[in-house]
Design a binder for this molecule. Structure first.
Ligand SMILES: Cc1cc2nc3c(=O)[nH]c(=O)nc-3n(C[C@H](O)[C@H](O)[C@H](O)COP(=O)(O)OP(=O)(O)OC[C@H]3O[C@@H](n4cnc5c(N)ncnc54)[C@H](O)[C@@H]3O)c2cc1C
Length: 473
């Protein structure tokens, strides 16, 4: 009798989402099976968020809520303590530590996997996905020339490099003095400490850049520019989960108008303040309901929210660790850091060397100009799949295999996380998990949500009727 060949499960991308799916599959599969975790680089578990080596780059979620498995809430903090570090559940710890934790989770799941369940780490970029000759199994084409035929594929492609800011004249953001991707390795290392720097954006990405510059002893001026000049709010020291019952389970049920939703949220914040709570408790309490509230809105209302309220929501919802906020405030008070409110109009490279930046203050009719040694795009990861140049996304998009969100927030999946084609049919054997779920859930970019989605995707993969296998309960 010939042995049953192993079923192959391919996960494309090994940031948090891909690692979390891999861990779930390794924990639950009975052999014979092979989990192929494919990542562009060998830094598994890092991705854009946890690839930083700066101790100043802290998580923006308390350690007690960062466990890879929502069913074992103390997972991450236990790991941190096992390394002899004295952090508490409400603390904000370095992001690099989180990458170490993810790696450890994968190694543990691998060594505890059932006999016949193998993990294969593949350093490669997946360039395209086709169907096999029967049209049933996806076949992955890697940049190494290898192909992998899989029973099931999970796309965990993560965050895409920022979209270059729109300017009147064409600007090459791939070359100094313009920097498009502040997370690419070593991009700020050679910078003259006295250089004047303009950061386009005032969100958490800009905070990352400011911290990086201050850490390397930058003495020159740092200016941040954004349309509204809204800065991310701080978390409280020792951030705790919101008090139970502050936001009722049926909050805003059936409230389909954006205006009415906002009115109700403001009322909740007022009432909670009167009862001695903080607005953060309401924003935190709403988190579990946000997908439902988002789905209750019409497409038009969603567009209005993104345009008018999105920046306010983001600065209150995606907050900075208190230590980071204090350093930003200190730099502002010292005058080294400043904020401009307005719109970037144009950038031209000068002989000086540097760049002349034209911008229009909010509400003004005239432009202003400023000269900077370096201009850094800090507008954050792009989710506009119409424009990202990623080869795999381009192939799937051009083949009609993706339904791109009209608000450029991500892509559409069905309730089994199967990627929806442009014609609305599900793409056979191909699922998605990651920040692009924002299109459907709005709240889907951070670990507390992504870990739940990752667990559900793994369950769908294992349950899938096309795959006959044993699964551990
Ligand atoms: C700077 C930053 C800081 C953040 N901080 C926090 C935080 O403190 N707490 C929190 O909860 N959330 C944070 N987030 C949110 C973040 O989106 C999630 O926490 C999480 O990291 C997303 O993981 P991911 O695996 O979906 O994506 P990513 O981390 O982006 O990983 C995707 C991986 O897939 C690889 N990949 C993509 N395409 C291919 C391909 N075709 N072939 C092979 N490999 C491919 C990429 O190279 C990458 O390694 C942060 C985000 C950013 C950008």
């Amino acid at each position: 009798m010939s042995a049953q060949p192993p079923l192959t499960f391919a996960i494309v991308g090994a940031g948090f989402s891909g690692m979390a799916v891999a861990v779930q599959l390794l924990q639950r599969l009975e052999g014979p099976a092979r989990v192929c975790l494919i990542n562009r680089s060998l830094s598994f578990g890092r991705g854009m968020a946890y690839g930083t080596n700066s101790p100043s780059h802290l998580l923006n979620v308390p350690a007690g809520r960062m466990s890879i498995d929502p069913a074992q809430e103390s997972g991450f903090i236990d790991y941190v303590r096992s390394r002899g570090l004295n952090f508490h559940a409400g603390d904000f710890v370095p992001r690099s530590l989180y990458g170490d934790y993810l790696e450890r989770c994968l190694l543990r799941a691998q060594s505890a996997a059932a006999d016949g369940v193998k993990l294969e780490l593949v350093e490669a970029e997946v360039l395209r996905i086709d169907m096999d000759a029967d049209g049933r199994s996806p076949v992955l084409h890697l940049n190494t020339g290898r192909t992998i035929e899989a029973a099931q594929v999970v796309l965990a492609l993560g965050n895409f490099t920022p979209r270059a800011p729109a300017t009147q004249s064409p600007a090459n953001w791939m070359h100094a003095p313009l920097v498009n991707d502040v997370w690419s390795h070593g991009v700020l290392d050679q910078l003259d400490a006295d250089a004047s720097v303009l950061l386009v954006g005032t969100g958490l990405t800009a905070y990352d850049a400011v911290l990086r510059l201050l850490d390397q002893g930058h003495r020159g001026s740092i200016t941040m520019l954004s349309r509204r000049a809204l800065l991310p709010q701080p978390h409280r020291e020792q951030e705790t989960p919101p008090a139970a019952g502050l936001v009722p389970a049926d909050a805003l049920k059936g409230v389909t108008s954006l205006r009415a939703q906002m009115r109700e949220v403001r009322r909740m914040i007022r009432d909670s303040a009167a009862a001695g709570h903080d607005w953060r408790d309401v924003i935190g309490g709403l988190r579990a309901h946000t997908p439902r509230l988002w789905q209750q809105l019409s497409e038009r209302s969603r567009a209005q929210f993104v345009r008018h309220l999105g920046p306010h929501w983001d600065t209150h919802r995606h907050r900075a660790a208190p230590a980071i906020y204090r350093r930003i405030q200190a730099a502002l008070n010292a005058g080294q850091l400043s904020v401009l409110q307005g719109r970037l109009v144009d950038v031209t490279v000068t002989d000086a060397p540097g760049a002349r930046v034209t911008w229009r203050p909010r509400g003004a009719t005239d432009n202003r100009t400023g000269d900077y040694r370096v201009v850094i795009n800090c507008t954050g990861p792009s989710s506009d799949l119409h424009r990202v140049s990623d080869p795999l996304i381009a192939q799937l998009r051009d083949a009609g295999a993706l339904r791109v969100d009209p608000l450029a927030l991500g892509l559409a999946v069905d309730d089994q996380y199967r990627v929806l084609r442009r014609d609305g049919r599900a793409l056979q054997g191909v699922r998605y998990v990651g920040p692009l779920l924002k299109a459907q859930h709005w709240e889907a970019t951070a670990v507390p949500e992504l870990r739940v989605h990752a667990k559900s995707v793994a369950a769908c993969v294992l349950k899938s009727e096309t795959v006959a296998l044993d699964v551990r309960s």
